[in-house]
Design a binder for this molecule. Structure first.
Ligand code: FES
Length: 185
């Protein structure tokens, strides 16, 4: 009778210890897997959510046009570039361009009395276009797209108009301020 009781107690002890070991093993494996996944994913988050550097910010970029806004003639365009280490941000987009995208130059145009500023990045595939004074059109050298002074499409393959820049007159007569960003080193 005693032997039978002792055997039963021994069985109970084994039953209580077994789940604890299994659980510990499960936690250990889960921890190991978690650490492995974290070590792979953590470096990728830098690219997915890039940290904003101390010198990277959004603000207004002052640009000297070399001519006063009042002197920009009807049907003409004045080119400007962003200062070193800075980029303008597009106000809108289409095709390869999107609002918030950086661009490193642009044009101020006067068309039927209205002044506009456009990003120099072609919406088709991102080349920089130029202004043809004779045609009074913007011409893209890469695939031949043409745009009017108001940014609309004259000729494809581009299917979207030019992207605007958000701008305002600056303190000086030949100066404008454009929304942009300072680039991190
Ligand atoms: S990039 Fe301008 S037409 Fe293709």
């Amino acid at each position: 009778m005693r032997l039978v009781v002792v055997g039963a107690m021994s069985t109970n002890v084994n039953r209580t210890k077994s789940p604890t070991r299994r659980a510990f093993l499960g936690w250990w494996i889960a921890g190991l897997l978690g650490a492995t996944v974290a070590s792979v994913v953590a470096p990728l988050t830098v690219y997915l959510f890039p940290p904003r550097g101390a010198n990277q910010g959004i603000g207004k970029i002052r640009v000297a046009l070399g001519t006063s806004l009042a002197n920009i003639a009807e049907g003409s365009a004045v080119r400007f570039d962003s200062p070193a280490g800075m980029a303008f941000t597009m106000a809108d987009g289409g095709e390869a361009n999107a609002a918030g995208d950086p661009t490193f130059g642009g044009f101020v145009t006067r068309d039927r009395g209205t002044l506009r500023a456009f990003a120099i990045t072609c919406p088709h595939l991102g080349c920089s276009y130029a202004y043809d004074d004779g045609l009074r059109h913007f011409l893209c050298p890469c695939h031949g797209s043409q745009f009017a002074l108001d940014g609309s499409i004259v000729h494809g393959p581009a299917t979207s108009p030019l992207s605007h820049l958000t701008w305002r007159p600056g303190a000086a007569a030949d100066e404008i301020e454009i929304d942009g960003m300072t680039l991190a080193n």
